[in-house]
Design a protein around this ligand. Structure first.
Ligand SMILES: Nc1nc2c(ncn2[C@@H]2O[C@H](COP(=O)(O)OP(=O)(O)O)[C@@H](O)[C@H]2O)c(=O)[nH]1
Ligand SMILES: [Mg+2]
Length: 634
């Protein structure tokens, strides 16, 4: 493992944790401000927790036997002195494999049996059902045991051909020897559907997750990989073999599973050692490799700089043996450099940017609130200073003025209560539009209309309806939220103008990301339906699976949108209501202080002392807030 990569990932992880700490400190700070903003405190706690758990996902995608597993070994596990993951002719990893580290679990290999393809649940859901998985403990101290256990990833088993067809695991046109029909009517299929390796490697501990995928077949039969797992990876490394060039199935994978997605992707031309020819000089070999890299870039429609030529096998051997010259020649350095200096920083910047924007807006609001409170308290102190030593009459007068202000304020607050009730009702209605019941009804509708026609045509129609109905709900919710905000802003403007409450800064509810996600799902479906492989055969099973996967993704999206709307309701409405209530409380305290002063002039100085203390505390809070803001910006 290169020092660059280790250092960058460790650095990323360190900054991530520092940011999480600063956010937690800010949440505590907010909490100390009379718990004014419970919702924000909770949201910050959530953000900090997700930062602590954030994972950087790099997926390796290619047709089988291009050397994905070998490259993963060379990049990440060469310090083991051997191949950690099995990569060998005919004995390569057979199922999608996720490598990561979860400190709450002991090191292990978890395998999901292939039969679970019969199940309706999505992979994401099955991942949360430990009982479905076979668990093999791993001993990081014992490389032999490790390697032996990981060999399970290559396991296959015989399955009656009918069953294999039913599960989408075997297709007649398949001419791969591995899938040949035996005289006893069985075919060989992968034993596992999905694998998760939990292993305390420093990079994995620092938050890297690696996804090793098998070839085109496996990608095709597991829609969730295409719909959600690969698109949500932060970077995709696509592999080709120098020996095979860009074959039809390579191109199919590239177009269907890699190129279309927005995530960072590069192509790797592997096995360049096969072009190393003793009889030709270095310059000639380099020129051949360069020509092939250029050709690859052209066919894949990629800039030449996004094509890397390596020999994963020689890189691994070089690292294990400590052979500098061979490592250089293997080309692995450039790929490591890319991971360390582009992929990791890109993820870091994106994450920090989006979090920074959110948190900075909140900090700004805290500043405004704090200044308003500081001003209020100073004003009172100045007034009392002017009153001290003056006669009762003047104090009487001040009190009368304050009483008038309070009465006007109470009347406004009373009126606001009506607005609030109205807003609450509308908020409820808004959430109703995004409720589980609404969702279930939409999904049931979609299912019923699909039941009659499990065809690709029915599928496009079904998912279009589904997506349109959900989008309409999201659209309605956003519009409703905007109207609510307008009503609230209008009502609040009075408090701002007449009673000097700080300016309101409520955000708008933005569900655009979720609408886009639904649209993207519809686009995926159309691509699936246009695919001749899915059109030619009446693949009821595949269509059912695909629909189930889509429905699951759509459900996730819809529920996330609902959570966002719930949050918005609290973030937009609660602080305003709290402020209005808090100001009333403030007027009450001030009034009763004056009342006490009138009853006993001696308490005037007590109140002044109290105010001085308050000012001091507010100033300390301000210093602390600026310190936290500094840590967040670092
Ligand atoms: N000559 C050569 N063979 C390689 C290289 N990388 C992988 N292989 C071989 O290609 C075969 C498939 O590799 P593997 O990593 O299992 O491929 P995967 O199916 O893409 O994971 C194995 O026999 C590897 O030894 C390489 O850089 N050079
Ligand atoms: Mg493999």
């Amino acid at each position: 493992m290169s020092i660059h990569l280790e250092k960058e990932v460790a650095d990323y992880s360190e900054r991530r944790l520092k940011l999480a700490t600063a956010i937690t400190e800010y949440a505590d700070w907010l909490d100390r401000q009379h718990g004014i903003d419970v919702e924000r405190t909770l949201r910050l706690a959530d953000t900090a927790a997700s930062l602590r758990q954030d994972r950087l996902v790099v997926a390796f995608v290619a047709e089988f036997s291009r050397g994905k597993t070998e490259l993963i070994n060379a990049l990440f596990f060469a310090d083991h002195g051997q191949r950690l993951l099995p990569s060998d002719v005919g004995r390569t990893t057979m199922c999608p494999t996720e490598l990561g580290f979860d400190p709450d679990e002991t090191p292990s290999l978890c395998l999901l049996p292939i039969e679970t393809r019969r199940r309706e649940e999505s992979l994401a859901r099955l991942k949360r059902m430990p009982i479905e998985w076979c668990r093999v403990p791993l001993d990081p101290e014992d490389p032999r045991q490790l390697q032996e256990s990981l060999k399970k990833l290559t396991e296959t088993r015989p399955m009656p051909a009918v069953e294999a067809i039913e599960l989408g695991l075997w297709q007649g046109e398949d001419d791969n020897a591995r899938h040949a029909l035996r005289p006893d009517g069985t075919v060989e299929v992968p034993a596992w559907r999905y694998a998760m390796v939990n292993y305390p490697h420093p990079l994995l501990q620092a938050g890297l997750t690696i996804l090793d995928t098998p070839g085109l077949n496996a990608l095709g039969i597991e829609p969730e990989l295409t719909l959600s797992v690969i698109p949500s990876a932060h970077a995709v490394v696509f592999l080709l073999g120098t020996d095979t060039g860009v074959t039809r199935s390579d191109l199919e994978i590239w177009q269907k599973h890699v190129h279309r997605h927005a995530n960072y992707h590069v192509a790797v031309l592997n096995k360049i050692d096969m072009l190393w020819d003793e009889l030709r000089n270095d310059a000639e070999v380099r020129a051949t490799i360069e020509r092939q890299a250029e050709e690859t870039a052209r066919v894949l429609k990629l800039p030449r700089a996004s094509v890397f030529s390596v020999s994963a096998q020689k890189a691994l051997a070089a690292k294990v043996r400590g052979d500098e010259a061979l490592r250089l020649r293997s080309g692995i350095d450039a790929l490591e450099y890319l991971l360390a200096h582009q992929i990791v920083p890109a993820r870091r910047d994106m994450l920090f940017h989006s979090i920074g924007r959110d948190v900075n807006a909140m900090i700004e609001e805290s500043r405004i609130d704090l200044s308003a409170r500081l001003k209020r308290t100073s004003d009172e102190l100045i007034q009392l200073t002017q009153l001290s030593g003056k006669n009762r009459e003047l104090i009487e007068q001040t009190r009368a003025e304050l009483l008038r202000e309070k009465e006007a304020y109470d009347a406004a607050a009373q009126q606001f209560r009506v607005t609030r009730k109205n807003l609450h009702a509308r908020g409820k209605e808004l959430l109703g539009e995004l409720s589980e019941e609404t969702l279930d009804a939409i999904l049931n509708d979609g299912r019923t209309s699909m039941e009659g026609s499990w065809t690709t045509h029915g599928l496009t129609h079904g998912i279009r309806t589904l997506s349109a109905q959900m989008s309409a709900r999201l659209h309605y919710a956003s519009a409703q939220a905007n109207q609510m905000l307008d009503v609230l802003e209008q009502a609040y403007a009075h408090f701002h103008r007449q009673h000097r409450l700080p300016k309101m800064q409520a955000p708008r509810l933005d569900l655009g990301a979720y609408r886009n996600r639904l649209e993207a799902l519809a686009v995926e479906t159309e691509a699936f339906c246009r695919d001749p492989a899915n059109l030619m055969l009446e693949k009821r099973f595949m269509i059912r699976r695909f629909y189930a996967g889509l429905a699951e993704e759509a459900r996730k999206t819809f529920l996330l949108a609902r959570t966002e709307a719930e949050r918005w309701l609290r973030i937009a409405l609660d602080p305003v209501m709290t402020r209005i209530r808090e100001h009333k409380h403030y007027l009450d305290t001030r009034l009763s202080a004056l009342q006490r002063i009138l009853e006993n002039m001696g308490t005037l100085h007590n109140r002044m002392a109290q105010l001085k203390q308050q000012i001091e505390r507010l100033r300390r809070d301000k210093v602390e807030l600026e310190r936290i803001a500094g840590a967040l910006a670092a």
